[in-house]
Design a protein around this ligand. Structure first.
Ligand SMILES: C[S@@+](CC[C@H](N)C(=O)[O-])C[C@H]1O[C@@H](n2cnc3c(N)ncnc32)[C@H](O)[C@@H]1O
Length: 283
């Protein structure tokens, strides 16, 4: 079983936070005798000392002894972020003003997605960067949080497609996908916009062809009318089977189904999400 560094981060992060540190990254290298590298920094932004690292190391060792996510012996290395530290929070663009940085955008700006230069901090909803061609202002919203998170956790099993997901469906091999999530897609409430809805007969046909028999399609929405639409189109589709037996099955997520930012916003606004699971039938 591969060791899940996200799981390790979940185990250690609350205690690091409580001790006054911020977890920057968890990386596991090597297989025979793996090395667990934990990068952390002080929340008060003071420099990390050897004592800080020793204290963190003791606490992490104790937590991991109990939770035991790594079978067998491993080496633990606690370090503070160096020159190549990932920029993971909006405040980081101010904190590291003056440093050289590389920033990736989700969508091109003037034909480019990758920018390199000296950080000048934030200005309203932008990050200022001076590169070879002068100053650029990169919209914070376009700097993918996901990219920061991928760097923070050093993940190499994620691919992003920053365009209409339906285009991607056309390029996937038949029966190649084991699980699909469509989480809180835009409901397009006006009747004349219904054709823009992601859950639609044409998308479901394409999904059915790329999903393996037995694969799961998971959907979430907080929009009552879109929920009714999803149920109507999916229960009427010959390739999908709804798995719910009791109301708890659509009212609650299972632990292997993480909450999204939109779900948190919906709940904070008093809306109740529904979670639907469908199985791709064997044809
Ligand atoms: C309400 S947000 C939910 C975002 C996120 N899934 C969450 O739960 O926090 C809806 C998202 O669906 C994306 N979206 C809508 N139609 C799409 C499509 N055809 N292909 C890819 N993304 C789409 C929008 O860009 C938007 O980010």
């Amino acid at each position: 079983m591969p060791i899940d560094t996200n799981e390790i981060a979940r185990i250690i992060e609350p205690s690091l936070e409580a001790m006054g540190y911020r977890l920057v990254r968890v990386v596991l290298t090597g297989t025979q005798r793996p090395t667990l590298q934990v990068m952390a920094e002080r929340r008060d932004e003071a420099a990390m000392t050897v004592d800080d690292c020793a204290g963190i190391s003791r606490s992490i060792s104790a937590l991991l002894d109990v939770a035991d996510p790594i079978a067998g012996a491993y080496l633990l290395e606690v370090s503070s972020p160096g020159i190549d530290r990932p920029l993971v929070r909006p405040e980081d663009y101010d904190r590291f003003a003056g440093f050289e940085a590389r920033i990736d955008l989700v969508a091109p700006l003037d034909g480019r997605k990758r920018f390199r230069g000296r950080l000048l901090g934030r200005a309203e909803q932008h990050v200022r960067l001076v590169g070879e061609t002068g100053e650029v202002r990169l919209p914070l919203a376009a700097i993918a949080r996901l990219l920061g998170e991928i760097a923070r956790r050093d993940l190499d099993n994620i691919r992003m497609f920053a365009d209409d997901a339906r285009l991607l469906l056309d390029c996937l091999k038949p029966a190649s996908i084991g699980r699909v999530f469509i989480l809180f897609p835009d409901p397009w409430p006006k009747q004349r916009h219904h054709k823009r809805r992601l859950v639609a007969p044409a998308t479901l046909d394409r999904l059915a062809s790329v999903m393996q028999p037995g694969a799961e399609l998971r959907l979430a929405t907080d929009d009552r009318l879109y929920l009714a639409w999803m149920l109507e189109h999916l229960t009427g589709h010959p390739d999908f089977l709804w798995t719910a037996r009791t109301p708890a099955d659509w009212r609650e997520r299972t632990p292997d189904w993480p909450a999204t930012r939109y779900e948190e916003k919906a709940r904070a606004a008093g809306r109740t999400p529904a979670f639907l699971r469908f199985i791709r039938r064997a044809s």
